[in-house]
Design a binder for this molecule. Structure first.
Ligand code: NAD
Length: 281
């Protein structure tokens, strides 16, 4: 079997078309969708992400504004900016680019974003709503993975799903979304024994660990859906996922590449959350 490759760029383009139509509908009612992107410090990777997110947003008719603060900004200084953006009716979505410099209490910053403007879906209220099965904003990466599964025609209801990684950003909300969609979910992490056996029994594998090719191709159940969230750099500087791609693709039914799989979907789902925030306002 050779897997169908799920092209994240293609699916992201479809999502962006939908977002553009929705921003236009809002514009016809006099509403300009506003997204505030906050970047603290000068981490080069974060700067690249922020640039890409604002570019995407503008392409979809969203008024994206950049707020750059120096690395030595205080907790109180960042909280003041978040409060100002929270009170600004032109701003429908607020995104604070993570990771923040070490001296910040990140949880307190996220908790200070008004939940109805938390387009990253990381505020405890929004995570709690996902746990309740009544999501308002879903964390962008897990939302993107669900969209890719749908695009690949993967039946989630009744499937056996294994999620590798239990971060608040990816693994935990991913497991909840799959459970909400009626999969039977196993959430694996660094202390999990028998990882190979668990993966081998799965109809759906979501790898979100951050270790190059941890998931071996030989583990994959023939015909399984494999979604690779991992982004790792090889010795040659090339991006590598958490899955041994070629060997897994030889067994899987559908698979995402790295790059060009989940990454573009994460960005697209941020736009979807932002237009939703404006629609709900
Ligand atoms: P994290 O470091 O917060 O979490 C990693 C998780 O992996 C932990 O829960 C840990 O318990 C688990 N883990 C560690 N070793 C393991 C093992 N041997 N077996 C099973 N689980 C193990 O990372 P994160 O923020 O969740 O990100 C995970 C990966 O996804 C990273 O490579 C990150 O760069 C990538 N990522 C990609 C996107 C995207 O848009 N493509 C978005 C977010 C994160």
């Amino acid at each position: 079997m050779t897997a169908q490759v799920l092209d994240g760029k293609l699916v992201a383009a479809l999502v962006k078309d939908e977002v553009r139509a929705r921003t236009q509908a809002l514009a016809s009612r006099g509403v300009t969708v506003g997204l505030a992107v906050v970047l603290v410090g000068d981490d080069p990777a974060s700067a690249v992400y922020v640039k890409a997110k604002t570019k995407d947003a503008r392409e979809c008719g969203i008024d994206a504004t950049d707020h750059r603060l120096p690395a030595d900004t205080s907790q109180a200084g960042l909280l003041a900016l978040v409060a100002q953006l929270g009170a600004d009716p032109r701003v429908h979505g607020i995104l604070v680019q993570l990771p923040l410099p070490k001296h910040f209490d990140t949880d307190a910053i996220i908790a200070a974003i008004p939940p109805h403007k938390d387009v990253d879906g990381l505020h405890p209220e929004n995570l709690g709503r996902v746990a309740q099965g009544k999501p308002r904003f879903t964390a962008c990466t897990p939302a993107g993975c669900m969209r890719l599964l749908a695009h690949g025609g993967v039946t989630v209801a009744g499937a056996s799903a294994v999620v590798l990684g239990r971060s608040v950003l990816v693994g935990k909300p991913m497991a909840l979304l799959l459970a909400n969609a009626d999969a039977t979910v196993t959430l694996c992490h660094s202390k999990t024994r028998d990882l190979a056996e668990r993966v081998a029994a799965a109809d759906i594998v979501i790898a979100a660990v951050g270790r190059s090719e941890l998931v071996r191709g030989a583990w994959i159940k023939p015909g399984a859906a494999v979604i690779d969230v991992g982004i790792n750099r090889g010795a040659d500087g090339k991006l590598i996922g958490d899955v041994e791609y070629a060997a897994a693709a030889a067994r899987a039914g559908v698979i995402t590449p790295v790059p060009g799989g989940v990454g573009p979907m994460t960005r697209a789902c941020l736009l979807e959350n932002t237009v939703r925030a404006a629609e709900l306002a």
